[in-house]
Ligand binder design. Sequence first.
Ligand code: AMP
Ligand code: MG
Length: 435
Amino acid sequence: MRSVDEHLDAVLAQIEPVAAVTLPVRRALGLVTTADVRSLADLPRFDNSSMDGYAVRRADLDGASPESPVVLPVAGDIAAGDQRRHTLAPGQVWRIMTGAPLPEGADAVVKVEDTDAHPHEPQLRVQPDEGANIRRAGEDVHAGDLVLSAGSRVGAGQIAALLSAGVHEVEVVGPVRVAILSTGDELVRPGEPVGPGQIVDSNGPMLEALVREAGAYVVHVGHLPDDEGATRRQVHRQLEHADLVITTGGVSKGEFDIVKKVLTGEGSMEFVEVAMQPGKPQGFGVLGRRDVPVFTLPGNPVSTLVSFEVFVRPALQRRAGRREGGRLATGLATQGWRSSPERQTYTRVRVDRDPTGAYAVSPAGGAGSHLVAPLATADALAVSDPEATEVAAGSEVDLILLRPRAEIDARLSDDAERAVAERDRAGGAPHGDGR
Ligand code: AMP
Ligand code: MG
């Protein structure tokens, strides 16, 4: 049997980022740049006012103070977006708005708060410093300066910086398009009547959610009967346009485990047993003329989820040119539980806080990989060593978080507040009764 790490290494060794594409900046959200991006403009693009006020020549305001303001005539108004060229003659001021271009000859702006705000003959109560309230062209970046380095993920701030710098298109690792195929004669689509012997396909929609949360794009979610021809046709169809294919079911030792049967010998496909619980039967390979990575995951919903977290998520990230941790944590077991001998065991746990502030974890429901309901309450997977046969109460365990850490922490602090409020209420007698 392969260890989890061996299998993950074998998978990742075959994963390349998808081809780079050039996209309008706004459509690059979430994608990773493949090259340094430099500014096409000076920022700010022109000298402008950082305040609503009056553009002045400092020399005209010698000795100005609240007690002896200087009064000067206004030559006119300059609003943000004014495209004319204005000149400030000695002995005059321009009324100017935030972001408006500075008139030629002005060397400072007196903010409106330091005046009486008169539109034509304002009282100016300070002599500003040289350059006061002026944003100089290029003080932010100069044309040619680096704005975003290669390998950066494009988010909201990056979009603002790039567009301001005059950059409209950006080269990024392309969006990763994922196809998901559930297999099994017993499956019915969510919402359809469930007959005798049938179950709802939960793996397909679960994987769709996982893939989308991981920042990739789902281009197909389908379900297939346990039929060789149909399975072969569908997988090959998806290989034409998807960048990664995930199937579930049909890879165990059953008579009708036809995914394994159909894909054995194709591309670099390998079906192996991995020393993990759940998730032992794993298939992976790179297939078709576009070298598309294909994961064939076991069908039990918990096995599918664990396999996704352990193998598919890292592969998706590499395909997208990303490397991210952030989902790992540690916690203390509040009670003991058994773990499978010689297999790395993933136990669904609920996360609470212990009195020291650490995460305290306890199993969410039973251990069976078919037990789907506890997925609704599990916050994390606790990972226990292949050597161990149990996790002892009080021991530290590694966690793979199933929700964003911030979301878990928010729930825990809500819980803590509620507990304090409850205690106060139970303790009663806020006005004291002499006890
Ligand atoms: P298999 O790997 O095909 O042998 O399936 C293992 C178990 O997982 C069986 O009990 C299946 O009914 C169940 N299963 C397979 N696919 C799905 C699915 N898409 N949604 C929910 N359960 C499934
Ligand atoms: Mg099946």
